[in-house]
Design a protein around this ligand. Structure first.
Ligand code: URA
Length: 433
């Protein structure tokens, strides 16, 4: 077999068999096929796509390129909720304790944040003393004890994805639905879960800019999941603005806790309830996601999820008293209220720009080597649909380095788009597939 023949076949729109797909990608992973040939192959895939059989073969090669993580020692129904990257996404911090209260386990590998989206790992590390488990055994023990175990991604999980993603990034082949679907699904399949819930974000700050594209991605991922015998449901959720009000590590931890106390932003709370309801539905506890969401509302009121969150923080060496006393979390020295120079109804808030405004102040990393200031970030005062008068506060920055504030303010102001007409607001979940 020769790589050039496989490239030619794909270029001309012919179907590849499993052996050919395995040959080209495994060859790349092993360093036998050079980057220039894979770049060309990826571009052929970008234009010609992959059919179901090709995609399943590709996902299998990806999944098997590194370690497969099983959780034999965990005796709980395991749910893996994954979102395709959102600004202000603190879902796992609020969701995992809720699931734990229903005796549903979270055993998750999570990434550090890079660029305008923050990572769950960074957010939780803002809790004083908090350290993630470093071994699979430790993670399993934590899930059995508290229902929740989260640790950083290992280099050995789907190493082919890492290598391919860096290449896609510089060859203009990221935005290909089959490549995105297999990249996400191979990582979900490599780490065991009884059910997978995917939250595909739709909007300006997201990978999927339109609902049509997001639906296509959702169906592609569902087909992959089903062919690997996994239970899977995909929600398409609105990213025409950041999720919730807070963006920045300790600020997001506070918002997640407030949500469990019943005081969270409405759309974020609804998202959590729907996802937890979906988990109950997938376990077979309820007949519909709606019924599951109602059960979740009652569970939230019981206070049990907060107890689970404290147990999880304590098991990770963190100070669980942060749940009752936010002054124990890192706090920025200064705050600044951003006033609107325009008036009207908020039409959209570009999530990517808001994320970048917080990143400028140190809430996120521009490069992998950057360190994070856990205390800084921004809390929005207005969301899509709200009316704003000139001079009214639209957000508050929390910061330590005054030299960076001006740039952050400019960025935030330009993220708001206004309209004279009243705006119809959307539900957070646009569709469930
Ligand atoms: N997220 C991933 O994990 N992979 C992609 O290709 C795009 C988004």
């Amino acid at each position: 077999m020769r790589a050039v023949d496989i490239i030619e076949k794909k270029r001309d729109g012919h179907k590849l068999n499993e052996a050919e797909i395995n040959f080209i990608f495994q060859g790349y992973l092993d360093g036998e096929i050079p980057e220039y040939q894979i770049s060309s192959f990826l571009m052929a895939v970008y234009f010609r796509g992959l059919d179901e059989r090709e995609l399943n073969a590709f996902t299998k090669t990806m999944m098997n390129s590194g370690d497969l993580v099983e959780f034999d020692g965990i005796h709980k129904f395991l749910v893996d909720k994954h979102s395709t990257g959102g600004v202000g996404d603190k879902t796992t911090i609020a969701l995992a304790p809720l699931l734990a209260a229903f005796d549903i386990g979270t055993a998750k590998l999570s990434g550090k944040g890079l660029g305008h989206t923050g990572g769950t790992i960074d957010k939780l590390e803002s809790i004083p003393g908090f350290i993630f488990p470093v071994s699979r055994d430790e993670l399993i023990a934590q899930v059995n004890e508290t229902g929740i175990g989260i640790m950083g991604y290992s280099e050995n999980i789907v190493p082919l994805d890492k290598k391919l993603y860096s290449l896609r990034d510089v060859t203009a082949t990221v935005s290909s639905i089959p490549l995105i679907a297999s990249s996400i699904m191979s990582k979900k399949l490599a780490v065991y879960a009884d059910a997978i819930i995917l939250d595909v974000k739709v909007g300006a700050g997201a990978f999927m800019k339109t609902k049509k594209e997001a639906k296509e991605l959702a169906h592609t991922m569902i087909n992959i999941g089903k062919s690997f015998d996994r239970k899977i449901i995909v929600h398409l959720s609105d990213m025409s603005e950041p999720l919730g009000m807070a963006i920045g590590n300790s600020l997001e931890v506070i918002e997640a806790i407030e949500t469990l106390k019943g005081n969270g932003p409405v759309k974020f709370s609804n998202l959590i309830k729907e996802i937890c309801g979906t988990a109950l539905y997938l376990r077979g506890d309820v007949k519909s996601i709606q019924e599951g969401a109602e059960k979740t509302s009652s569970m939230m009121k019981s206070g049990a999820p907060l107890t689970k969150l404290k147990a999880f923080i304590k098991a990770c060496g963190g100070n669980e008293n942060v749940v009752d006393d936010y002054s124990l979390l890192p706090k920025a020295d200064y705050s600044f209220k951003v006033k609107s120079s325009e008036k009207g109804y908020v039409k959209s808030i570009d999530a990517e720009m808001v994320g970048k405004s917080a990143m400028i102040l140190g809430a996120g990393r521009a490069t992998k080597e950057d360190s994070i200031d856990y205390s800084v970030g921004v809390v929005l005062a207005k969301k899509v649909g709200d009316i704003v008068e000139t001079g009214e506060t639209i957000a508050t920055f929390y910061y330590n380095d005054s030299a960076k504030l001006d740039d952050a303010v400019k960025m935030l102001k330009s993220s708001f788009e206004f309209d004279d007409e009243k705006i119809e607001t959307k539900e957070i979940i646009l569709e469930t597939i």
